[in-house]
Design a protein around this ligand. Structure first.
Ligand code: HSE
Length: 436
């Protein structure tokens, strides 16, 4: 049986999961795949702390260069995360003709152009299934299973931590800080959890999905991004009363040669499959021109689910090595050097329905002032609900749902409304996604 040798850089949570798969299922994999995968070396700055998986000391090194320059190693798994030194190590490994498997979404979203081009020039493969949605095979689905489709829309829950927090705030009425602490304890959150809750992590993943769904370069700064930090338990409750769940949704919608690409808290009808995705689970609802709706669901974060995605790439590449091929399925496009940039619809031109909650004084005439401003901006109101009654004229929540309206008009109207003397504090705006 052919041996394929693997080096692992990064022996943290996911790295330990990968080692466990080598140790617990290596023989099964060899039998199933007909290739013997050999984990030769592991690099991490910390090689003394106890891990879930035990490895002999001679397999460990603190110097990742030993792995990227080892002539025996065929595949380098990079699980250290962050931009540097991960980028330099991956580029060195590529130059040394090693195939790469990485879960590094930030690096691929920001510097994917450099890495994918280098890989193509050196005829090596890059596996990055674990970079988006943990165990869910969404990269494989977009690059292979749905390759004959034009992607009409993609709705995704692709950050396990924020989905966990929103689920706990909705179902167990936990406050934000307690739910975040639980997500950290379970190992879902990034080293810097602000990346999870401010949307950065999901934005990186959306950029990767867009680039493979449309075979283009993606300017990550053109993706609108808003996290979950301003979502209140009251808004979650009002949304539920109106038949919606609040989700941090990554959204891509094809629009006449351009694509809407946005990431923000979203009201989703409670009966939509994506509304029922709970805790650290991720999901993708993809509509293809021929396939129609495809729904993928699975654990998007955590040690073993993510390690499973890493190993699926390792095995894919090992199979290519044993057939003497590379680049059969290009990372994004067969010609990385001449890749066009994806045209993204500017956020102010996006039209959608809105949930807007004001804190308004409970007095006659308030509603007509607000609706007068909406009328001025041609925003059509679908419904209005006042929550509670304050006879003393103090502020009460006033929830309005709009019909489809342009973002620019809604933002301008809200600027005017918040300056009314009958409005207290900042209005809360949450976009609604009614797509089937
Ligand atoms: N912090 C990420 C999440 C881990 O919560 O989804 C997986 O990328």
């Amino acid at each position: 049986m052919r041996n394929v040798r693997v080096g692992l850089i990064g022996f943290g949570t996911i790295g330990s999961g990968v080692v466990k798969i080598f140790q617990d299922y290596g023989a099964d994999i060899a039998e199933k795949v007909g290739i013997n995968l050999v984990l030769k070396k592991i690099a991490d700055l910390d090689i003394v702390s106890p891990r879930t998986a035990f490895v002999p000391q001679e397999m460990l090194t603190t110097d990742a260069r030993e792995i990227v320059s080892d002539p025996e190693i065929n595949i380098v798994i990079e699980l250290m995360g962050g931009i540097e030194p991960a980028r330099s190590l991956i580029l060195q490994a590529i130059n040394n003709k090693k195939h790469i498997v990485t879960a590094n979404k930030a690096l691929l979203a920001i510097d994917g152009d450099l890495i994918f081009r280098a890989a193509q020039e050196c005829s090596v493969d890059i596996g990055f299934e674990a970079s988006v949605a943990g165990t869910i095979p969404v990269i494989k689905t977009l690059r292979e299973a749905l390759v004959a489709n034009r992607i009409e829309s993609l709705l995704g829950i692709i950050n396990g931590t924020s989905n966990y927090i929103l689920s706990k705030m909705t179902d167990e009425h936990l406050d934000f800080a307690t739910a975040l602490k639980q997500a950290q304890a379970k190992g879902y959150a990034e080293a810097d959890p602000s990346f999870d809750v401010n949307g950065t992590d999901a934005k990186h993943k959306l950029a990767i999905l867009l680039s493979i769904a449309y075979g283009k370069k993606v300017n990550i700064d053109a993706i609108y991004c808003e996290g979950i930090t301003k979502i209140t338990p009251e808004d979650i409750k009002f949304a539920a009363e109106l038949g919606y769940r609040v989700k941090l949704l990554a959204i891509a919608i094809r629009r006449e040669g351009r694509v809407e690409a946005r990431l923000h808290p979203t009201l989703v009808p409670a009966n939509h499959p994506i509304a029922r995705v709970e805790n650290n689970y991720n999901a993708l609802h993809i509509v293809g021109s021929s396939a129609n709706a495809v729904f993928l669901h699975g654990e998007g974060a955590g040690m073993m689910p993510t390690a499973s995605a890493v190993m699926s790439d390792v095995i894919d590449i090992a199979r290519n090595i044993s057939c003497g091929i590379s680049g059969r399925v290009p990372s994004r496009h067969p010609d990385e050097r001449n890749l066009a940039e994806l045209a993204i619809v500017p956020m102010e031109d996006v039209a959608t329905n809105y949930y807007i909650r004001f804190m308004a004084l409970d007095r006659p005439g308030v509603l007509s002032k607000i609706s007068g401003i909406f009328a001025k901006y041609a925003i059509s109101i679908a419904s209005v609900i006042q929550k509670g009654r304050m006879q003393d004229g103090s502020a009460v929540p006033l929830v309005m749902l709009t019909h489809s309206s342009r973002e620019r008009a809604v933002c301008e109207a809200l600027l005017e409304i918040r300056n009314l003397d009958v409005i207290a504090g900042e209005p809360m705006l949450i976009r609604i996604e009614e797509r089937d």
